[in-house]
Design a protein around this ligand. Sequence first.
Ligand SMILES: [Fe+2]
Length: 306
Amino acid sequence: MDIIALAYIGLESTNLDEWSRYAPEVLGMQVRPHDGDALLLRMDERHHRIAIRPGEAERLSYVGWELRDRPAFEDALRILDAEGLSYTVGDEELCAERGVHAVAYLDGPDRIRHELFYGQAFASHSFVPGRAHSGFVAGEGGFGHVVLTVPEWSDELNHFVEDVLGFRWFGSGGDVGKRRFYRPKRNFRTHAIGYSIVPGVAGLQHVGIEVENLDDVGVAYDLVQERGYPLMATLGRHTQDPVISFYSFTPSGFPLEYIQGGIEDSEAHPFVEGKPERLSVWGHKFNPDAPKPATMYALESQDAPT
Ligand SMILES: [Fe+2]
């Protein structure tokens, strides 16, 4: 199917009050005023990029994949039908909540709800950052990336990601057999979704967002430390995807990677899959005291969502 981008995600959190300060003041996102109980966060002219709803746990509720237009959306549903995968077409209320023309959703073998949609509402030149900020890299490239933990890489999951969603392989970040990164075929980002394979564990491992200006990474790096959000990894530059980034914990207890300097993995800039010997050129020193991400759970535990 012709997915073009990871356009939005939905989270459930016990900590909306803190999110409502952290997202604009630390990350530079815009809070969208509205009547519902969700906290809607904007990063560009789109309706929203992250929706956080009050709940009893910290978890990723869904990921939203953008189809280019109505015919691409209808093609996507035909592919699900041909695969024998059951899905639900969203009603008017759900479309209004997401701010889209049409949406359908299904649970993936990765234990995450995948939403397929087209036509996300936008308002040109309407983005006002929550703090002085030079803007996010989003638009048609989507909002960033998510990395999910899965207990194993099954044939079913491989088929879902590579054949049903039709994603293009990017690499394994130097951790062959333990990590897998993918992107929609026509997306300029190197990856929009990644999988970290940890036996017995599932859930959200981290979220990555990208900014235009390196100084905004520096400002955010100062702010998370001043406000006491623990680092998972210090500022550094990755090897396979040579961005500068740091990882710190959000009010939901998962690490957020704050990134600048993404390269484009496109036909014009074909990315050769090397085998990096290290995760990073410099930095990304892991904090030995970092907590386990609250959005990851042991499948055997009582906390595992049903
Ligand atoms: Fe990342």
